[in-house]
Design a protein around this ligand. Structure first.
Ligand code: SF4
Ligand code: SF4
Length: 439
């Protein structure tokens, strides 16, 4: 079996983003592979833990992907402030692999931004770093690639738990563990009026913990008071965002001037989408299709706009509406040039954390390396890009940790899913419930 097949069988997906199936990415031909350890989202410390605990696996995974892609060079991209992680990684470097120290700015870990920082190359509009010979893989994904080569499936995730929770920390949690159980195991909420934020303040979303579970892409879970400014922003209905923007947007352009994708030379101009919303006129086609250039980093609304308006939200709505009509942005061959002021308009992470009202939760959390023992999990059949896996077990089946419980149909893009604990299958309904009893 070749490397890509082993990675596919282990159900490895991009751990730091939307969960693109890794086996489908590592067949590309590129010049350089970037291990993304930037972890730029405020409050998250999960990848930092992985770099301390699994440095050798990360480097093994990186060399494996360099081999499958034909890349001559590998670069581990890590924040310069993460000196402990760098020390661990340095122990396992080889001559074709180096470390790039990044400044503490947001969004250093965006794959376009990382590509530019590491190679000086600009990803084309509507394209991917692969188009300029670069493959970006999150450090946790690379550690999972190394484990896959030894036959180990992805069954757990390193998650930062913080905010208004009694015992904040970084934990190794079986995939499928309900978020409400995660909060309870971390001592429960400190206050009753909290809301739960999944995956981080900039790109995360508010969730109902009793309805969601840890997946292969979960990075963090935070409780915020309901009156926290960020919690209020994220709870604002679309109608309120539209009303506010019509009354308040002064077309100052700060949202555009700080947009990281605009600054790397893409034609995205968030103040223009605000003009469309505010003037309620027929927009130029390009202003709307440019929505696909937005990576939803949140710099425009949570950092740049003096009036807390949200071009990101409108881009997201336009993207959803165009995608529903099967309209996508095709790669453009336009020559892009980085903005002269790009270097000076990077968003310092400390300032960002203060501005969004979460600096009080920015603690150095305790790392807990031992994987949790949980009594029951509900493993989603879809926690990746592509089609959902099809169940290959029945109610009453006994499974071991790592048993395949859902498989992707042949020829389809997706990822297999595996039992994260040993036990008995008790329910199949979009998720596979496994209970430890009788195992
Ligand atoms: S959305 Fe905010 S930053 Fe952008 S142009 Fe309007 S007021 Fe200025
Ligand atoms: S969310 Fe805003 S700042 Fe970020 S890429 Fe989109 S438009 Fe630019």
């Amino acid at each position: 079996m070749n490397h890509a097949e082993l990675v596919k069988n282990a159900g490895v997906v991009g751990a730091g983003g939307a969960g693109f199936p890794t086996h489908a990415k590592i067949g590309a031909r590129v010049d350089v592979v970037l291990a993304n350890g930037a972890e730029c989202e405020p409050l998250l410390h999960s990848d930092q833990f992985v770099m301390l605990d699994r440095a050798e696996q990360i480097l093994d995974g990186l060399r494996t992907v360099m081999e499958t892609t034909g890349a001559k060079r590998g670069v581990v991209c890590i924040k310069e402030k993460n000196t402990r992680g760098a020390k661990e990684l340095e122990k396992h470097l080889t001559k074709n692999v180096s470390i790039l120290a990044l400044g503490d700015f947001y969004p250093a870990g965006d794959e376009h931004i990382l590509t530019f920082e590491a190679t000086g190359k600009i990803t084309p509009e509507g394209g991917l770093p692969i188009d300029v010979g670069v493959l970006v893989q999150n450090v946790t994904t690379l550690a999972n690639v190394a484990r896959a080569l030894k036959g180990e499936a992805v069954t757990s995730k390193v998650v930062t738990v913080g905010g208004e929770v009694a015992k904040p920390g970084v934990h190794v949690i079986p995939v499928g563990t309900p978020l409400s159980d995660v909060i309870a195991a971390c001592g429960g909420p400190i206050r009753d009026d909290g809301v739960a934020l999944l995956n981080g303040p900039m790109m995360g979303r508010l969730v109902e913990p009793s309805k969601e579970v840890v997946t292969k892409t979960t990075g963090g879970l935070f409780l915020l008071p309901r009156d926290n400014p960020l919690a209020q922003r994220l709870s604002r209905p679309l109608s309120a965002d539209i009303r506010l923007s019509r009354g308040a947007c002064e077309q100052c352009r700060y949202c555009t001037d700080f947009c990281p994708r605009y600054l790397q030379g893409h034609s995205l101009k968030p103040h223009m989408i605000m003009r469309v919303m505010n003037e309620q006129r027929e927009p130029e086609v390009e202003t709307v299709t440019d929505s696909f250039l937005c990576c939803e980093c949140g710099v425009c609304d949570l950092f740049a706009c003096p009036l807390s308006l949200s071009p990101r939200r409108f881009y997201r709505e336009f993207k959803a509406s165009l995608s529903a009509r099967k309209i996508w942005l095709r790669k453009r061959n336009k020559k892009c040039e980085a903005d002269l002021y790009r270097e000076h308009r990077r968003v310092p992470k400390g300032k960002l954390t203060r501005r969004i009202g979460v600096s009080g939760y920015d603690l150095a959390p305790e790392f807990h390396g031992k994987e949790w023992d949980v009594d029951a999990v509900e493993i989603p059949l879809s926690m990746h890009i592509g089609v959902a896996a099809e169940p290959v077990v029945r109610i009453g089946d006994k499974v071991g940790r790592g048993t395949v419980v859902g498989k992707i149909a042949s020829g389809k893009l997706g990822a297999d899913v595996h039992a994260s604990i040993a036990g008995v299958v008790t329910k199949i309904n979009g998720r596979i419930r496994i209970e430890r009893r009788g195992a």
